[in-house]
Design a protein around this ligand. Structure first.
Ligand code: 9Z3
Length: 318
């Protein structure tokens, strides 16, 4: 959202716990993330935290309605696979039920249509899989199981904006111990607006009261304390989403100047599957897919991850 680069004071960022209820499991998840990062760093791996999916902002305490940010989670889920292929360990902080690495490839398919029941007695009845209905299932299953067996993927879920903010802070603190070997790949679509708990109606808003007018507050920008205080040595990438191409690059540059992180990946909603611009303080690189690449089912995330991997290596060497 365009207003999202309004700088927020340290005081506002510091009031996170006052403004947004702390989820009960956040300390426990932080410990798991710390152990994950340290274990993989000790094994010589880099660790990337990927955020993925859109946040949900409730309009009522007993929530019937909420404001949702658009994101299918595909960018985060497919990028996770390319990072895993490149030897990274991945913490996947994602919106509950948004697209997930590997299973994302089968979301359009009704699983029950690809199974066949072969009756027999208790010991011999079987369920068979029609491989044609699930393209590349054997290869994908092998990749998924190898990643699982090696403990390379740590999934963490969020639903609301509040959960997202607290878990991102916890993740940043958990990864600070591995310094520049940590990468933050912030692809989630995060709301810029919320209704403070003190101003939120408890019960369902009644339409009998007439048209609805809502006033929302600005969400504190997490990027500033993340880069400055929580994980100052990490390699940080944010995503900039716009619908108007004429303001995209200016917004991306402004975000870099404001937060002082390393990379902004800029994209336009309608063309995001085939075109992005990787913007750094002194460079600007367009990545796109040719018709031939689209035919071959090459994904833009493959190119984004390759580009960032090289940039991360360079960053670590400095
Ligand atoms: C993105 O721009 C992602 O690339 C998409 C991916 C959400 C467009 P999908 O999940 O889409 O594959 O369907 N993410 C960042 C969106 C965002 O809200 N950015 C804020 C902004 O642009 C900064 S944090 O102001």
């Amino acid at each position: 959202m365009a207003q999202s680069d309004v700088p927020v004071s340290a005081a506002a960022a510091g009031s996170l716990a006052e403004e947004f209820a702390v989820p009960s499991h956040v300390e426990e998840v932080k410990k798991v993330m710390s152990e994950f990062a340290e274990q993989h760093e000790a094994a010589g791996r880099r660790v990337v935290l990927i955020t993925s999916g859109g946040t949900k902002v409730p309009l009522e305490s007993r929530t019937v309605r909420f404001l949702d940010n658009f994101s299918s989670g595909r960018r985060g889920a497919s990028s996770a696979e390319y990072f895993l292929d490149s030897g990274y360990a991945v913490i996947f902080l994602h919106r509950h039920r948004s697209l997930y690495p590997y299973t994302r490839l089968y979301t359009g398919i009704n699983l029950l249509d690809s199974l066949k029941f072969e009756p027999g007695d208790e010991d011999t009845s079987r369920v068979l899989l029609n491989k044609k209905e699930l393209p590349n299932i054997v290869t994908v299953l092998k990749r998924y199981q190898a990643v699982k067996a090696a403990g390379l993927l740590l999934p963490v879920e969020f639903n609301t904006l509040s959960e997202y903010l607290h878990l991102l802070k916890a993740a940043a603190q958990a990864l600070s111990s591995i310094g520049s070997k940590a990468m933050f790949y912030l692809a989630a679509a995060v709301s810029d607006f919320y209704i403070p708990a003190s101003e939120m109606p408890e019960h369902k808003i009644q339409s009998s009261n007439g048209p609805l007018q809502i006033s929302m507050k600005m969400v504190p920008k997490m990027l500033r304390p993340l880069v400055k205080d929580w994980a100052p040595k990490a390699f940080v990438i944010s995503f900039k989403l716009e619908t108007d191409p004429s303001i995209l690059l200016e917004r991306a540059r402004r975000a870099l100047d404001t937060y002082n992180h390393q990379v902004v990946v800029a994209n336009i909603l309608d063309t995001r599957r085939g075109y992005v611009v990787v913007v750094t303080k002194n460079s600007q690189q367009e990545l796109s897919l040719t018709d031939e690449e689209v035919q071959k089912e090459i994904e833009i995330e493959d190119k984004i991850v390759r580009n960032l991997l090289a940039a991360h290596t360079h960053f670590m060497s400095q």
